[in-house]
Structures are given as structure tokens and as C-alpha cells.
Design a protein around this ligand. Sequence first.
Ligand code: CLR
Length: 407
Amino acid sequence: KEGGGVSAQNKGSWSAFLKSIASFSGDLSSLTAPPFILSSTSLVEFSSYWAEHPSIFVAPAHETDPKKRALLVLKWFLSTLKQQYASRSEKFGNEKKPLNPFLGELFIGKWEDAAGTTELVSEQVSHHPPVTAYHIQNKEHGVYLEGYNAQKASFSTTINVKQIGHAVFSIPAYNETFLITLPNLHIEGLVFGSPFVELNDKTYITSSSGYTAKIDYSGKGWLSGSKNSFVATLYPTGKERDTLYTVKGRWTKSFEIFEGSKKGSSIEVYDAESNPITPLKVAPLEEQDSMESRRAWRSVAAGIGSGDMDVVGAEKAKIEVRQRELRQKEREEGRTWERRYFSLSENDKILKELGPPIGVTPEEDKTGGVWRYDEAKASALTLKSETPLFLTPTSTMTKQTTKGSVQ
Ligand code: CLR
């Protein structure tokens, strides 16, 4: 079915795009996509998908039984998938190509609702390769999430994306940490011009209290199965056969939680469609810092919005020139860009303790190291926040490199 697919007017650029991706590999940001598939949202914003249901995010902090706590963390993780992987398709009718964040780009906001205040900071900690790090906290409930991620793409039949990095969920009151791996994905619907994400393979959540969840993703196959499906089991770490809970369903629709290995009726049904999100609050553009994503990209976003690719190209070039100037200056002064909120962790304790049971090894070569939230840096920033933290880009525009298609 081609309904909702590429329009007659865009057919040419889409087939040129399909031909070009057949030969690309590795860095998704180098993909040159036709204008109609470009999004004006930067990837640095995607970190907010982790906590758009703050009450589900903080719920584990109020459960005293560690195995039920592990189940609540699994439930929260599963509840984030719809936002993470289907929200663009649901909003626009298809997946889009996000803006590629520049080094040091920030996205800062908070959710205010029944769960109190939940705060987000997201920072682009590397540009080559692109790596985004984030930290989400709800201090009232004592729940913290941090992580970093990169993507490695390859092409075979379609775009296949491997996610590198992980997330760490922690509840200090129980001295408890959960290590979370990220799903690999591929793009479906490419030939029809209406791309969307499907998840594949398996991911894990393992906790310092000795529980592990394995989530097995599947989609619509040739003969059976439905879109966006999964089966998850929770078991004592190392004893996969002693299933404590089973969760089964579709991450875009609803899923059911069963005791043990799915005998009898479910103990809970989660309906993703009837759980509205809490919108993130972000400072108005005028009050934002020049390194904050929406402010930095505002002119590019305006160009994408009005379909004026000359504006998009020129405004992107300004950002790129400014970035090259900054890197040049750093080289001359023999220093590197100072990340605002994150630092590299050597011999990371969390990975050392929780990595082995689920086969996680830090792929530092692909992420430039293991990135952790740096409390000291963050509090120093709040102290200084009276004075402007960043300089506004002053670079003059130089020649435009791309026309029509933009990277
Ligand atoms: C980023 C990290 C988030 C989860 C997530 C969701 C969708 C992914 C995105 C990550 C990375 C970029 C991505 C996107 C879907 C499509 C897009 C892979 C992993 C690529 C760059 C777009 C390719 C162009 C098509 C639309 C044709 O937590």
C-alpha cells in the first residue's frame, strides 16, 4: 500500500536518496536526505523521551520489594518505547531525519506534574562520532537516570542501526543501580517513502539487587507477527529459567504483565495509548543560552518550516563555520572542548559490576569513552548562572556548501 507515501513531486528526490543509501555505511549524520524528510528537531532533544511519563519513572522508588521494583523499572522502560521510536511517525506520518547536534549543544528542560519536578539535561559530548549524554533526576522521589548513546548504521535491504551506549537508572535510597542496554533498529517502509522504525534483537536491564530482564523485540513477519511486538521476562540474574514475570504485547499499543511464565491471567495491563505524556517545559528562546539547541538551530528550523533550502543551507553553514573556528582555537591553545555536565569515567564501576551478566563491554572506541554525569561541574554551573555562560556565535557567513539537499 502506497497511501501516505511519497508524493508525485518528491518521487525523483526520494529514489535518488534510496540509491545513495545503498552505498553508505557508518555515520548516519553524513546521510544526505531530501528536504521533505528533514526534521527541525535535533537528536540532542531525543533524551527527553526517557521521562515523558514522570509518574511511571518515579514509581520504583516507592516499592520495597526488590523484585517488584525491578518489574516497575522494566514497565517504565517499556513505556518509553512508544515515544522514543514511534512519536515522529505518529506525528508526521513518517520518521524524519533529525538535525545532527554540534559539540556542546545542550537541551535543558523540566516536567512539572503529579510527580513533582523532573529535570533533564542533555548534551552533545562528541561530534565525531556523534554521542549524546543525558541526566534526568527527580530529587523529591530520589530517582536518577543517566546515559549516553551513539549509532552505527549499515545498509542491507534497509537502513540498520546499532545503538552503542547504555542507560543507568538508580535509586540511592535502596543503594540500587540498573544497567539498561539499547535496542537495535531498522527502518521499514523506505521504498514507499514513508519510513518508520522497527526494533529488533534483544536488550537487557540488570540490577545490583540481582534481577535481570530480557526483552525480545519482533515485528510483522512474512506470515505472522504484528508490528512493534515484544516479549520480556524477568528472572534472578543467571537463572533465566526461573521466570518471575513475563510481559508481552506491543510497545505502541498495550502490553500485559503476567506472574511467572505467562500462566493464567495478567496482573496488569498497560495501555500506551491512554497514558498521555507530560510535555517538557523549555525556557523561551530569548532566555536560552546560545548553546541551547532550539536557540542555536532556530534559523535552520525556520528554513525547514518554510521549505526554503537556501536558508537551511546558509544557516547550517554558519553553525559549521563557528564550530570549525572553535576547534581551530582549541588546537592552537592545546586544549579540548570542556563538556558542561559530563566527564569521562575510567574503569567505570557500574560497567565493571553490572556489565558482565548481560555482556556489556564499553565500546569506548565508538563513543570516545564512558560518559558520566559530573555532579561537581553541574553544581558549579548553577552557582555561576548569574552571569552568561556562553558566548553568542559571532562568525561571519562564508560560502554555502550544499544546495537543495542538506546533510
Ligand atoms: C536516538 C536515541 C533515542 C532513540 C532513537 C530513536 C530513533 C532513531 C534515533 C535514536 C537515531 C537516529 C535515527 C532515529 C530513527 C531514524 C534516524 C536512527 C536511536 C535516522 C538518522 C534517520 C534516517 C533517515 C530516514 C528517515 C530515511 O534515544
